[in-house]
Design a protein around this ligand. Structure first.
Ligand SMILES: Nc1ncnc2c1ncn2[C@@H]1O[C@H](COP(=O)(O)OP(=O)(O)OP(=O)(O)O)[C@@H](O)[C@H]1O
Length: 255
């Protein structure tokens, strides 16, 4: 197995808070990893460091074997990384189709305008339609993104992530705000993304779905890894249970 993502002693502090306190982990090609932990554990901070939206105080981030620690977010996207939310938040005043075309262009250049000019409209439109079909959004192409209900908007975020043809996608709470049926549907779409050979790192509080789909869990608490491995074994780990109980989130963990 080749490593898609490697973290070597990654740490960052905000004032008195050690948000991430020295994380060393590898994610292999084809993996489906759940990055979990109670509120404030450091999950989003770590994801933002991986994406280049935050610079760590120390440590190294490697993508596909290359050190990208000093690289911009767009350089990391070109190196095969996609992130829902921070990078691919849909433009609400643009059509669904243009949102995906624009995201594809960002895979080539950093600026949105240059991205739109860069793409060959017809070829990219065809590809965008195919991606929209793969996330169950066929028929919505001409609608404004801002008109979509949340469940579809979240699938559009996923489509935009796929448009950069990533090797690895970081999904930061893709199920937040969705009802049970919408969450199941979104999970099916994420599983389809994984079946296409894309490595998935999922940050999610919905532990029922996390346990159902992830092959491996990494549990953070207070910025450090306190458990890792098979989801059921990890959740049976007393240190993990203690972290969730201490945070008042055991109801989630038992779901
Ligand atoms: N920009 C910031 N400035 C100061 N403190 C921050 C900042 N971002 C995060 N923190 C702190 O760092 C710690 C980790 O936060 P982070 O958002 O990464 O946790 P999380 O695991 O994603 O939590 P949640 O599940 O609630 O989203 C928290 O104590 C948080 O208050």
């Amino acid at each position: 197995m080749s490593a898609v993502l490697e973290l070597d002693d990654v740490a960052i502090r905000f004032g008195g808070v050690q948000a991430v306190g020295g994380v060393t982990r590898t994610v292999d090609a084809g993996d489906f990893v759940g990055l979990i932990g109670p509120n404030g554990a450091g999950k989003t901070t770590l994801i933002r460091i991986i994406a280049g939206l935050l610079r760590p105080d120390r440590g190294k981030v490697m993508l596909g074997g290359s050190d990208v620690t000093g690289e911009s977010t767009s350089a990391r996207v070109r190196a095969g990384l996609a992130l829902t939310h921070q990078i691919v938040r849909p433009f609400r005043e643009m059509t669904v189709l243009d949102n995906v075309i624009l995201a594809a262009g960002i895979g080539y250049t950093s600026g949105p305008l240059r991205a739109l000019l860069h793409v060959s409209r017809r070829r990219e439109a065809e590809r965008a339609m195919e991606i929209l079909g793969s996330v169950g959004l066929t028929g919505t192409e001409r609608r404004l993104a801002g008109e979509l209900p949340l469940g579809q908007l979240k699938r559009l975020e996923l489509a935009r992530a796929l448009a950069v043809d990533p090797k690895i996608v970081l999904l930061d709470e893709p199920l937040a705000g969705l009802n049970h049926a919408e969450a199941s549907r979104q999970v099916e779409t994420i599983m389809e993304v994984h079946r296409r050979g894309i490595t998935v790192v999922l940050v999610e509080h919905n532990l029922e779905e996390v346990m159902r789909v992830c092959r491996r869990l990494i549990v953070l608490n207070n910025g450090v890894v306190i458990g890792e491995g098979d989801p059921w074994e990890v959740m049976a780990n007393p240190a993990v249970q203690e972290a969730y109980v201490g945070s008042g989130m055991m109801a989630h963990a038992e779901a």
